[in-house]
Design a protein around this ligand. Structure first.
Ligand code: C2E
Ligand code: CA
Ligand code: CA
Length: 554
């Protein structure tokens, strides 16, 4: 290459060397599978070459809606032979965010199309963090001049403290990511700014905040009719982009303080849930939550609020369900299941409780409570010379805490319970994440080394990747009760269950069938070679004092 003045420009290899030195470089094949990375990338992302090479480029980005849409845009562009340039958030292998300025260049070969894609990235984390801090200090959203989430929370808390009644309105532009994708990159900011200006014009002096890329909150003393009038206003005065009108469809949710919810967090949750309900029904409306959804949400809120007290007051209970080992004909294990009955809320099933506890973080306390009770019980059986194990259920969130392993060891030691009497059940969703996260795998392996066994629960219902079986220290699988229930009615299910048992055994795993309710199911499963069964046919879940191991009654 020669410049106009005749001096020679750096040759391509020099350019590449320069880029390699200063940029993070990742290369993928045409399907997005990573084929090459450079040292800079490995340093910042904390990946090891061996682990990163069979991953896809998508796995390098956070799994949020905004980021997934962004990756989709980038990939659509490069698949069409276009380069993409912009800012993006990425995740290190250990799950920390870093921010990059990213250039994605497809390599296009005639007649074959895109054969590989090169991603060049510069780390911008420090700049972005600094800008974020400035924003927080100023309480202002950088692009729109609206309040930030932080300032919104203070404003709402003040209004609540003074007991001023208000509506909290959540607004969002429908099909935002599709709209954005169809347009140029400046379009996004232009659209958000134009939309913010309309919101400001209509709601005037009311507090307005931007809480997400495409999420706005308005606080207003006025009622639903006034808020809903915003949509007519927007129709009459559409935003314009490049000097021509650009009609937008907008969805929103309204909650009232104090009638509907009484705290910032719950107001926000209810407003977002109301918007979701509108969007699900086609969008283009601003509405309050339907009475039915409100009831569900209120029950959720109540459970959320009362759970901590219930835990502190020891109001939760553990019941134990026997599992029979076919070879010995004996009950060798009990599964611990959590129970909660509240005076006001009635019976709260684990299926209702666990997702809420996962969300508010109390799952750690529940897990520790169940483990502690189980360890004390197993230890007391052990002392009476009955070596019967107890299996506990865990959620993946419990393990994302790096201290999980130490907590388990601590609880067992305090109870004087040998580790080999405790088994931990994980679900397929858990396994999926554990496969991704090194620290979960490491903790599992360390626990296995001291004698704790791991069983894969609800086998066959979820993400069913046989890869977990290779990477995770599992010794058992539990075939989900859904399959067992249709065992004698559906011939296909019978084949499927037979296949699962064969598969499990071929991997050297101990195969358990759960939810066994009838003699017919029991006989069929035993003839198929299952190792153990659990279900109402063997025994119902009962409290510890109802179990008598001497006579093997329960
Ligand atoms: P799971 O681990 O699959 O537990 C088995 C569920 O099936 C239990 O429901 C049990 O009562 C029920 N069951 C047992 N035998 C039969 C049967 O023969 N027929 C039928 N139809 N059902 C049977 P439960 O106690 O309501 O628990 C539901 C789920 O909640 C559990 O499913 C488990 O995933 C979760 N869970 C329960 N306790 C805990 C806990 O302490 N921690 C965590 N993280 N999750 C828990
Ligand atoms: Ca289970
Ligand atoms: Ca299960």
């Amino acid at each position: 290459m020669r410049s106009a003045k005749g001096r020679s420009l750096p040759e391509i290899p020099d350019i590449i060397q320069g880029l390699e030195r200063h940029y993070m470089v990742t290369r993928t094949d045409s399907d997005g599978f990573i084929t090459d990375v450079n040292k800079n990338f490995l340093e910042i992302s904390k990946w090891t070459p061996k682990r990163v090479l069979d991953k896809t480029i998508w796995q390098m980005f956070p799994n949020s809606n905004d980021e997934s849409a962004l990756v989709h845009t980038i990939w659509t562009d490069v698949s069409n032979g276009k380069t993409w340039f912009g800012a993006a958030e990425k995740l290190t292998r250990t799950g920390e965010s870093y921010f990059v300025s990213l250039l994605a260049i497809p390599h296009v070969v005639e007649e074959q199309g895109v054969t590989s894609v090169t991603f060049l990235e510069l780390d911008m984390t420090e700049d972005i963090e600094r800008r974020k801090q400035l924003q927080q200090l100023a309480f202002i959203d950088y692009e729109t001049g609206l309040m930030s989430r932080h300032k919104l929370e203070t404003t709402v808390d003040e209004a609540i403290a003074e007991d001023r009644h208000f509506s909290l309105v959540h607004l969002t532009i429908d099909h935002y990511f599709t709209l954005k994708e169809l347009q140029s990159s400046d379009f996004e900011i232009e659209m958000i700014q134009a939309f913010s200006n309309r919101v400001k014009r209509y709601f005037q002096d009311n507090p307005i905040a931007r809480i997400g890329v495409n999420e706005f909150i308005v606080i207003t003393p006025f009622g639903d009719w006034y808020v809903q009038g915003f949509l007519q206003f927007l129709e009459q005065q559409p935003i314009s982009i490049n000097h021509s009108p650009f009609p937008l469809s907008v969805s929103g949710g309204i909650v009232r303080y104090p009638e509907d919810q009484i705290s910032y967090v719950h107001l926000m949750k209810a407003a977002v849930a109301a918007t979701k309900e509108v969007t699900k029904n086609g969008g283009g409306k601003i509405a309050s939550l339907s009475p039915a959804s409100h009831k569900i949400l209120n029950r959720k809120t109540m459970i959320d609020r009362k759970l901590l007290t219930a835990l502190n007051d020891n109001n939760l209970q553990v019941v134990y369900q026997p599992q029979r080992d076919i070879a010995s004909g004996k009950i060798t294990l009990y599964e611990a299941l959590v129970r909660w009955e509240d005076e006001e809320l009635g019976y709260i099933s684990p299926d209702e409780l666990i997702p809420i506890a996962e969300e508010n973080g109390l799952i750690h306390e529940i897990g520790q409570f169940v483990l502690k009770e189980s360890a004390i019980l197993a230890a007391s059986w052990h002392e009476q010379k009955h070596d019967v194990g107890i299996s506990i259920n865990t959620s993946v969130r419990e393990f994302s805490n790096d201290m999980m392993k130490n907590k388990v060891i601590g609880i067992l030691a305090a109870a004087g319970c040998p580790a080999n009497l405790i088994q931990i059940e994980i679900t397929e969703k858990f396994a999926f994440q554990a496969e991704e996260e090194n620290s979960i795998q490491r903790q599992m392996k360390e626990l296995q080394e001291i004698g704790i066994e791991f069983a894969l629960d609800d086998f066959g219902t979820g993400y069913a990747s046989f890869r977990y079986m290779e990477h995770l220290p599992l010794t058992k699988v539990k075939i989900d009760k859904e399959f067992i229930h249709s065992l004698s009615t559906r011939p296909r299910t019978k084949q499927l269950v037979e296949g699962m048992i064969r598969f499990g055994k071929s991997m050297g795993l101990y195969v358990v069938a759960e939810g066994v309710e009838t003699e017919e199911q029991y006989d069929l499963l035993t003839s198929m070679g299952v190792d153990a069964v659990q279900g109402y046919y063997i025994g119902m879940p009962v409290t510890a004092d109802q179990i008598d191991l001497t006579n093997q009654t329960y």
